[in-house]
Design a protein around this ligand. Structure first.
Ligand code: SF4
Length: 189
């Protein structure tokens, strides 16, 4: 019988914050991926730009770390640019959602740009997200009172409500773009 080659999916990792309360709602595991082509001026994490740096970790290895902490309520994909490593992150996202955890991702791409790719894996990953913080960081629009985002152009999108609203819109022939999350607000300082 022919031997089947098992593909081990790797993710290029810039860093991990195993327990965070600032990178999304609740108590979260944060995966900072390596590699970002946006090169935003004033980026908080320029060491994450190079694609030939960071550490290679398997999807299984990262998921094992997540699963080993019963206190986690969610996982955040950050960067770097998560949507430049869609295939392995899709595999990880499926495992995370099967565990019932909240899944949030950052992306320097806007939701419209990601949907405009016409790429099945990108669409599937978007379909698993509970929240997306989208758009490049624009230093001139920096605002320290925003929650989970650094500049005013970025949006905290409630992906579940957006999907539901879009379905209803298709059914009744109206148009819905997206729903901003309840976190898409400024805090008082
Ligand atoms: S998208 Fe994020 S990680 Fe990439 S350059 Fe912009 S701020 Fe930095």
């Amino acid at each position: 019988m022919a031997k089947k080659n098992k593909t081990v999916e790797m993710i290029k990792v810039c860093g991990i914050e195993p327990e965070s309360i600032v990178d999304g709602p609740g108590f979260r595991y944060v995966l900072f991926v390596q590699g970002c082509s946006h090169h935003c001026k004033g980026c908080h994490n320029p060491e994450s730009w190079a694609t030939d740096a960071g550490e290679d970790m398997t999807v299984d290895e990262i998921f094992a770390e997540i699963k080993s902490n019963p206190n986690l309520s969610g996982v955040t994909l950050s960067g770097g640019e998560p949507f430049e490593q869609v295939e392995p992150l899709l595999s990880l996202a499926k495992m995370i959602k099967a565990e019932g955890l909240h899944l949030m991702s950052y992306s320097g791409y806007t939701l419209e740009e990601l949907e405009g790719r016409g790429d099945a894996a990108t669409d599937e990953l978007l379909g698993l997200l509970d929240m997306l913080v989208d758009g490049r960081y624009i230093e001139e629009q920096r605002n320290l009172t925003l929650i989970y985002r650094g500049s005013e152009n970025q949006r905290v999108i409630d992906m579940n409500r957006t999907r539901e609203a879009r379905k209803a819109a298709v059914a009744n022939g109206s148009e819905v773009e997206l729903y901003h999350s309840d976190f898409d607000i400024e805090i008082e300082i």
